[in-house]
Design a protein around this ligand. Structure first.
Ligand SMILES: [Fe+2]
Length: 278
């Protein structure tokens, strides 16, 4: 990466498109990492993380969302990241969600899956990316990020490989040696997993993890949180777009899939293409 401009080299852009992920070592500066870690501790230790999971089926936003924590909100539109996303997705993209968590020794696995939002899973014409910020880096002690490069263009259900748990897959890459403040940008459709390690008896530094997702403008994307309108409104109220990235929190790039899914399941039967034949 060019240190002054924060832009990617042409090779990095090509690598992302081909492999489906990109690692930016020590991307976040130390002072920002420390502020974010303090916010994650508050989020987890004061029970807001648990409340946000419990309340994720409600239309009303929970009493506190990640983007209201302070630096978490500004991280969404962190200018060096925006410059990079513009190189990977074009100039217009929208914010989808932000999650924040702290994994301690003995944390659970997350089975093989991808996170590309689409009903039905049918193409990859527009990009969606997940940006993983590892505030303490990764050291192999608590859990590895494992990815299978080049799977982002294989159109499959999100949980198509769930039957393999976190078993080793051909051509997988285990990412377990990253310095603090490292950011991994992944195409949302790449298959990945969190492979947890056995509980450590000694004290092990926690695995701080912030996950922020973005969608390329051009189609409407399904939301996953019923309170997404309130979430985007709060981001606009806080002016987290910095007056620059106007599409970031615009509702027009999303739709609410929850109530129409049963109807969709009725349509999504048999040979879909034949529905175009008169
Ligand atoms: Fe994921």
């Amino acid at each position: 990466m060019c240190a002054q401009s924060f832009s990617l080299t042409k090779q990095q852009v090509l690598d992302f498109k081909k492999e489906g992920y990109l690692i930016l070592p020590s991307f976040l500066p130390e002072n920002l990492v420390n502020s974010l870690k303090a916010e994650v501790d508050r989020w987890v230790d004061q029970g807001f993380r648990q409340k946000s999971i419990a309340g994720c089926k409600e239309k009303h936003p929970p009493e506190l969302m990640e983007l209201e924590l302070g630096e978490h909100g500004w991280l969404i539109s962190y200018p060096p990241l925006m410059t990079i996303l513009e190189q990977l997705m074009g100039t217009s993209f929208a914010f989808h969600h932000l999650h924040s968590d702290r994994h301690d020794s003995g944390c659970t696995h997350k089975n093989w899956h991808h996170d590309y939002e689409q009903y039905p899973q049918s193409n990859r014409s527009h990009a969606m990316v997940h940006v993983f910020h590892y505030l303490n880096g990764l050291d192999g002690a608590i859990a590895d990020l494992v990815v299978v490069p080049r799977t982002q263009y294989e159109v499959m259900d999100k949980r198509a490989l769930d039957c393999f748990g976190v078993d080793t897959l051909p051509h997988e890459i285990a990412i377990n040696n990253l310095p603090a403040g490292t950011t991994v940008i992944a195409h949302s459709a790449i298959f990945h997993a969190r492979r947890a390690k056995p509980f450590s008896v000694g004290k092990v530094p926690p695995r701080y993890f912030i996950d922020c997702s973005y969608c390329q403008v051009g189609v409407r994307w399904p939301q996953v949180k019923p309170y997404w309108r309130g979430m985007l409104a709060k981001a606009r109220e806080l002016k987290l777009d910095r007056g620059t990235w106007k599409d970031l929190f615009d509702e027009k790039h999303f739709y609410d899939p929850f109530e129409i899914l049963p109807q969709f399941d009725q349509i999504n039967q048999g040979s879909l293409i034949e529905k175009l034949i008169a």
